[in-house]
Design a protein around this ligand. Sequence first.
Ligand SMILES: [Zn+2]
Length: 377
Amino acid sequence: MIKFSSSFECGNGKNFCHIKENRYRCEVSGDKITYCYYFCFDIKNEGSETEIDIEIWHDPDINDPEGFISHFPTTIWVSTQDINRFHPLEQSLCTVFKDHIVVHLNLAPESIMRITNNWPSPYSDTCNFIKKLADERTNTEVFSLGKTVLKRDIVGIRTGTQGKPRILCLAGQHPIEFPGIWAVRTIADFITSKIPYAEEMRKNFLFEIIPIVNPDGNIAGRNCFTEEGIDLYQAFGENPDAEYPESVEGRLLWKWATDKKAALWINFHCYLGWRTNSEYPYDGWYQVPYETFSDIREREIYCLMCDVMRLLTDAPSTSIEPTVHWINSLEYQLAKRYNIPHVFYEINGGTAGPFQSGKRGLQVFFNTIRTLEHYIR
Ligand SMILES: [Zn+2]
């Protein structure tokens, strides 16, 4: 007897069914066009050792098979003994079709296996990680931006020197873009560590770091949305000139960035898929036109940050030019209205679990902050 479940933190998968002997089928649960590719579910084998095929289909409610399949092929992660510890499934065991993929699995007797295409960093585990850091390191305090729609705290850490330029660092706007969250967790670890570079950075800046800005979406295993069904990246929705973002979480982020002067906004996202137009590790980055900044000094800093992205990170491995931000994004509006420079980096989760994501995120953070340090000096 084989049983399926996605009823757990960061779970995604629906309409599980048995098609024929040793063959099963399910669908992903998407949010909107393109944002409809993530899955994470458990397979419980209550019998003896067996081999099965599972068809994983695009979400018929969104009906964007192309958007779904554009994220494949990618690394499929399967758990071993520990349900939250994964290893990559051998590539030959996953076949990609136009509108679905088929995964071939060998199930041990009386076992549970978790399978996903993006190694999760769940909200509860991330909160524990942050609290542990703050307990162990006297230079660090935990803070909350406020509550989500479902009354969960948007938790972060603060470290560094009050009165120094404020660096804001975040991830998880698109909740299941876990590589961004892993990156920010590593950054939090680094910046509160005893490494001399980190100590120096803490003297020169105040850091506020939030790994998961959309906890409700994270727990629900959503590709894109908040609990209210809003895309937190396109925070101003249909009205880029509106006074405030649309969602509860968007307004909290806006207040965070604008109540007190922010020197830099560092935001991590992710996508999946081994793309044919790029070279390993396929990361990417976004920018706004330099002229978006009216303040000459901030524009100069922004140009520098863009040079860092281009020259000192892995981002240009996905394409030669950065993607241009939507005008309804926080990045665009913070640049235009408040002259706040940003760094916006996309890790390819197809080539990164927690450890690679952490390393690439740290490379972005380190080179950005070192550059800013030299500029300010
Ligand atoms: Zn994203």
